[in-house]
Design a protein around this ligand. Sequence first.
Ligand code: NZQ
Ligand code: ZN
Length: 391
Amino acid sequence: MNNFTFYAPTYFAFGAEQENNAGKYVRRFGGSKVLIHYGGGSVVRSGLLGRVKASLEAEGISYIELGGVHPNPLSGLVYEGIELCRKEKIDFVLAVGGGSTIDSSKAIAAGTVYDGDFWDFYQGKPVTKALPIGTVLTIAAAGSEGSPDSVITKEEGMFKRGASGEALRPAFSILNPVLTQTLPAYQTACGISDIMAHLFERYFTNTEDVEVTDRLIEGLLSAMVHEAPKVIANPDDYQARANIMWAGMMAHNNSVGVGRGQDWASHDIEHELSAVYDCAHGAGLAVVFPAWMTYNMEHNVMRFAQVASRVWGCPMDFMHPENTAKAGIAAFKAFLKSIGMPGNFAELGADEKDIEKMAHNACYGDKRAGAVGGFVQLHEDDVKAIYRLMV
Ligand code: NZQ
Ligand code: ZN
């Protein structure tokens, strides 16, 4: 195991009706004038926004609102939010929605107190200062409610890039599984695919002797395999929703990723797809990850065979572990199909004519250094080959 530091001070309030305490938590974490940020309207229609506003009013906290965050959030609204926060002297950003809304809120929170273009953070500058952020989560997926990350797309060039920094970890996050019951089955499944991808990105490591984090990741993956069919069959299954919601947080606040190298090429490869085709991130990952696994299996067949055996229950073929590894990838693909995820470019709405451009952008676009991935370093030709496996 490698040396590491880990500081994840987000306060979590989990369970039914917790959103009614949003005002109390804003006060506890120092907010007196709040920007409430939300997406395309699901939180208005569900009545959630009204309940959150009532809880702020009950605490005598003033607020302004900025809606309209697009899934795969765009820089244009971030610039608008930064202007608004400065003009209104906002001291707290409250995200009410999914990963896109939370990421846009994080960008605004960092940009408001930064004397420069917020996009600098999305080109690699660490975020060391931001307004405090709170979240009321409505979809189990991106894990942004506990992560120090934010992903934004810049319209000019359509570069989808991530920023990182401890200042971006939310001060508090409210996780009420009931709020996720209104999700369409497709969005629920996209979330499940993303959560599993966050686990696999950490699982495929070159670091040795990481038994504890290996087992934690395998446990979370197994729980997803167990809970996902329940929630697809019955969207109102509170317990399954609750388990998936906490798994989404655990998968990405890095408690299961400390002390080990990680990969993240699949995310970089997927971000090109969601930037170009505006597909859901989790749907893109469902197409990318099995292809990435197939391409890189040879790098450490035993690691692929291990997860195949421990998570998918494939019998271990000690003479030919590649058979076990392949069976595990096939089981993952079948699982993704069973929850309604796309399995190739056509089902995702992607087109092979864009492969060259996407592979180039993944490796070189917007100041990238020419390679992606920590488990296996992939260059432009590798990325092209992986995209071709998805056609
Ligand atoms: O915009 P509204 O109207 O709210 O509708 C949303 C949106 O259309 C809808 N939705 C959310 N909760 C709902 C609901 N509809 C009905 N009932 C509810 N309870 O679902 C759609 C998707 O929402 P979005 O916020 O885009 O989903 P998600 O949480 O999957 O976020 C995706 C974004 O997060 C980024 C992705 O790249 C993508 O841009 N990621 C962020 C990460 C991070 N910050 O740590 C890590 C991830 O790997 C990921 O890259
Ligand atoms: Zn993701």
